[in-house]
Ligand binder design. Structure first.
Ligand code: SF4
Ligand code: MG
Length: 274
């Protein structure tokens, strides 16, 4: 049977994947590939860069030029690739621990520089791979191995953080809303500058079990029932927003991207000697 278009972009010899049954990471990984196909990117000019964590394993299953880098460092690696080879499409795969904790500084500086990267943040609200420690997006009062009585640290909202730091495209979707998620990632690929797509994703093993949602379907129903498209969310009264979250395009503005800003510096400095 002829493979479907997106199947060509997976390394079949690496599959089946190592993720737990019911994990949402595979859904987001496939959504990225669907967005790449939708935007008709040349596979030979598309690079996937990931950090460390359950979600960052995705780069190993995808048949592009891929880099599985050090913890929290996917954005600096990706920035280097983009500056050296601006013609490449560079997509970063990262998790909430990888991107918001050890890589948090790289994230805000990538956003303020408006480096032309598409960052897909798999947010499952926990450190999954290392056994369920609280991450910077673990909601208040939710349990983790490092917060057995409930988390007392205020969580980051990655989308607000990205927009405040200077990202030019910020969107959110979930593993439940797959066609919407594909569109949000495709929009990020199209944006010339730093794009963040936060994908809310279920981790039934490390997060769900601790918080009475061990069944993956329960976690997906939670996404279905609490995600609200941004225009409708904005119209909700404040008391109706409690427990809900907006999905869709949350922020967009125009600004020069980093490699074009650097081209100007090179021009002012007299160009590059051949
Ligand atoms: Fe997925 Fe969680 Fe299992 Fe990691 S620990 S593979 S995030 S379900
Ligand atoms: Mg995580």
């Amino acid at each position: 049977m002829k493979p479907r278009v997106y199947e060509q972009h997976f390394r079949q010899n690496r599959l089946p994947h190592l993720w737990c049954p019911g994990c949402g990471n595979g859904i987001v990984m496939k959504a990225i590939v669907e967005a790449i196909v939708k935007k008709n990117l040349d596979p030979d000019k598309t690079v996937i860069v990931s950090g460390i964590g359950c979600s960052s394993r995705a780069s190993g299953y995808m048949d592009f030029d891929t880099l599985h880098t050090a913890h929290g460092r996917a954005i600096p690696f990706a920035t280097g690739i983009k500056l050296a080879r601006p013609e490449l499409n560079v997509i970063v795969i990262t998790g909430d621990g990888d991107c918001m904790a050890i890589g948090g500084n790289h994230f805000i500086h990538g956003a303020r520089r408006n480096v032309d990267l598409t960052v897909v943040l798999f947010n499952n609200n926990i450190y999954g791979m290392t056994g369920g420690q609280a991450s910077p997006t673990t909601p208040l009062d939710k349990k983790a191995t490092t917060a057995p009585y409930g988390c007392v640290d205020n969580p980051f909202d990655p989308c607000n953080l990205a927009a405040a730091a200077g990202a030019t495209y910020v969107a959110r979707s979930t593993a439940y809303h797959v066609p919407h998620l594909i569109n949000m990632i495709a929009g990020g690929i199209e944006n010339k500058g730093f794009s963040l797509i936060e994908a809310i994703v279920q981790c039934p093993t490390a997060f769900g079990r601790k918080n009475k949602m061990a069944d993956p379907a329960q976690m997906m129903m939670w996404m279905r029932d609490n995600a609200v498209m941004k225009p409708a969310f904005d119209k909700l009264a404040d008391d109706k927003k409690v427990g809900k979250f907006p999905i869709g395009l949350l922020h967009q503005h125009q600004s020069i991207d980093y490699d074009h800003a650097y081209d100007k510096v090179i021009e002012i400095a007299g160009g590059v000697e051949k």
